[in-house]
Design a protein around this ligand. Structure first.
Ligand SMILES: *Cc1c(COP(=O)(O)O)cnc(C)c1O
Length: 333
């Protein structure tokens, strides 16, 4: 696929990935609905076999490869969940996978990827350095790159979520989506707006290193300094030569808002203690934006609970109200 994806590609993806990715449930969040005075629903991508939605894009990208390309094996850079998805799907399809991770990726995520049979390469201190290793593996070893977001097949795969939402709840007024590279938000907006033109799609990023939000404000892809965050899966830039997701987000997102580390902490705790759901920081940003009053709800709203791969020490500390160490800061709710 070498054109910007459309609804037909998302429909194809839906059929293609059905044997591997789950069609996830949409549940009403009682406490969030009570607090906000609107019906709030959670799309439980946390239930995917890899604990995050990225299995959708990875399955679509890998299953579209020709037998010759499958034989060459795949390589990717990842903040954790994309690598886990690529490793899982490659394992299911009998392909070799190499996953390049920077030092910012938590050890638990690296271990989970290795356990799926992929080769893990620890490279550098930023997502950009991990990306450079991918380019090397493509040039020197003939591997096929599976980008984490800026790829039409990946975007179409993530877009299947938007299709399911429009199907399950036709009266949805807004979708609040965690935003990093924009494959998730762009894909969902593409599907949801094609099916329900009036629907609002709002992206949420962490305050530190919000590459897409800064790029949208600047009107072109810009680089930001990557910093440690509770939302570690939202780290990394959008790429200076971004081809697809910047344009999609610019055209289709109604707003992009930022949340602080303390707001993310409180949202993880809220989801855990009030809704009884485990969400990692990147997934909790949508609930954080809602709880902090940073988005105004006008009707039934869906939050994308994008993943549950939270470090277990962080999980234990947040559950008990203890502070967590993020870089050189102590964060609490
Ligand atoms: C990757 C990821 C995101 C952001 O997706 P993008 O397509 O990069 O915007 C959000 N939440 C989780 C859990 C992720 O792994």
């Amino acid at each position: 696929m070498n054109a910007s994806p459309g609804l037909a590609d998302i429909l194809d993806a839906r059929r293609r990935i059905a044997p591997i990715a789950l069609r996830t449930p949409l549940l009403r969040a009682e406490a969030l609905s009570r607090r906000s005075g609107q019906d709030v629903f959670l799309k439980l991508e946390t239930m995917q076999p890899t604990g995050a939605f990225k299995i959708r894009g990875a399955a679509n990208a890998l299953m579209r490869l020709s037998p010759e390309r499958r034989h060459r094996g795949v390589v990717c850079a990842s903040t954790g969940n994309h690598g886990r998805a690529v490793a899982f799907v490659a394992g299911r399809l009998g392909m070799r996978a190499t996953v390049c991770l920077s030092a910012l990726v938590p050890e638990a995520k690296a271990a989970a990827i290795a356990a799926l049979g992929a080769t893990v390469r620890r490279i550098g201190r930023s997502q950009d350095e991990a990306m450079a290793e991918v380019a090397r593996a493509v040039a020197a070893e003939g591997r096929i790159e599976v980008p984490p977001f800026d790829d039409p097949s990946v975007i179409a795969g993530q877009g299947t979520i938007g299709f399911e939402l429009a199907e399950d709840l036709p009266e949805l007024e807004a979708i609040i989506v965690p935003l990093s590279g924009g494959g998730l938000a762009g894909g969902i907006a593409l599907a949801a707006k094609a099916l329900r033109p009036g629907i609002r799609v709002i992206g949420v990023s962490m305050e530190h290193g919000a590459a897409m939000r800064e790029s949208l404000a600047a009107g072109r892809p810009v680089e930001v300094e990557e910093q440690p965050s509770l939302a570690d899966s939202l780290g990394g830039g959008i790429g200076r030569d971004n081809r697809w997701t910047f344009d999609l987000c610019r055209r289709l997102l109604d707003d992009a808002v930022l949340v602080s580390e303390a707001e993310i902490y409180r949202a993880i705790a809220h989801l855990l203690l009030e809704e009884r759901l485990v969400a990692e920081g990147a997934a909790a940003v949508s609930a954080a934006a809602l709880l902090a009053g940073k988005v105004q709800l006008r009707g039934p709203t869906a939050l994308i609970l994008s993943g549950c791969n939270l470090d277990r020490h962080q999980l234990a500390r947040i559950a008990s109200g203890a502070s967590v160490r993020i870089g050189d800061r102590e964060v609490r709710g």
